[in-house]
Design a protein around this ligand. Structure first.
Ligand code: MLT
Length: 327
């Protein structure tokens, strides 16, 4: 389109009349909504807000987090799947809601691999087994004995079927061979508040959420979900070394766009993500919270697509093997 005609189109009928390439140069021309499928104050929300703040600066438009909790994150993820594929609605979610829950629901309102365009990985979180302060167990071994002796009474908190905290808890309970009542919340932010006040006994949650409460002594950490101890919790054993050989659960989090979102929009958001992940302040903050940051390559849309498939292939059979029946 000739430059004069292009200018005419812009003045006469706004951006809509421009050829896509020119429209894309304008993207983003307004704030971007980022759906976090869990309540505010939890790990998914915390990681989203840290990244979105810096990404918005890079894009020159605000990235506004919208918390849509419920059904283990399924409600929020579905809202993103059904949003207009224009680059102005994204989801920031994790492995539980896109890979694990395939084994936990008889049917899901979205297909994780067909209904989304991966945008990029935001970080991978280790998990920590935390217990209420006045639980009599002071070590992992004492915890296992306590839960086995109190199965009818013990309760664990989680963020709904398919949440990361559900996966962490169900794998732990399955390996301990115990059947414990699960207490669902719209996110592990509110769940952690109740654990601090002793409303239930334990939770397996992402370190990014529980580290501050562990440091302040409001909950006690008895094990971490990685095969190596965390530098942020050097005195806390891994659950693997403490007695449940092979227990390993880490949760990747990432940005996803509804299928059909223009490639140029995805590329621009991905570039802003890479900028945020390489920002010194962001790196220090996320490392303090034990977030394992992806490299630029690991943060690519293609890497996230591959990670999603690998997680489906790994966790769907593992959850079925744990004997959990789909809802
Ligand atoms: C989860 O358990 O999936 C998350 O921790 C929930 C949340 O981010 O609140």
């Amino acid at each position: 389109m000739k430059r004069r005609a292009l200018l005419g189109a812009v003045t006469a009928s706004g951006l809509a009349a421009l050829p896509f390439a020119a429209r894309a140069q304008a993207y983003p021309s307004k704030p971007i909504t980022v759906i976090v499928p869990f309540a505010a104050g939890g790990p998914t929300d915390a990681l989203a807000r840290i990244l979105c703040q810096r990404m918005g600066e890079a894009l020159g438009q605000q990235m506004i987090v919208e918390n849509v909790g419920g059904a283990g994150g399924t409600i929020g993820v579905n809202k993103a799947a059904k949003a207009a594929p224009d680059g102005y609605t994204l989801a920031f979610t994790h492995m539980g809601t896109l890979a694990v829950n395939i084994a936990l629901y008889k049917s899901l309102p979205y297909d994780s691999q067909k209904d989304f365009e991966p945008v990029g990985m935001g970080g991978t979180n280790p998990m920590v087994l935390v217990v209420k302060k006045d639980l009599p167990a002071k070590t992992f071994a004492e915890f296992v004995d306590y839960v086995k002796a109190n199965q009818k009474k013990a309760q664990y908190g989680m963020a709904g079927i398919g949440a990361a905290s559900h996966l962490g808890g169900l794998m732990l309970n399955s390996m301990m061979k115990v059947d414990v009542l699960e207490i669902p919340y719209k996110g592990t932010g509110p769940a952690l508040n109740d654990l601090v006040s002793g409303q239930f006994d334990y939770m397996v949650d992402q370190a990014v959420n529980v580290l501050p409460q562990i440091k302040s002594g409001n909950v006690r950490a008895l094990g971490v979900s990685t095969l190596k101890r965390l530098p942020q919790l050097p005195d806390v054993p891994t659950i693997d070394e403490a007695g449940l050989k092979g227990y390993e659960v880490t949760i990747w989090n990432g940005f996803f766009a509804p299928k059909g979102t223009p490639k140029d929009a995805i590329a621009k958001v991905n570039q802003a993500l890479v900028t945020a992940l390489s920002d010194e302040k962001v790196k220090v903050r996320l490392t303090e919270l034990a977030v394992d940051l992806p490299s630029a390559q690991e943060a690519s849309p293609e890497a996230l697509r591959a990670q999603l498939k690998a997680s489906i292939d790994k966790w769907v059979p593992a959850v079925k093997a744990a004997g959990v029946k789909p809802e």
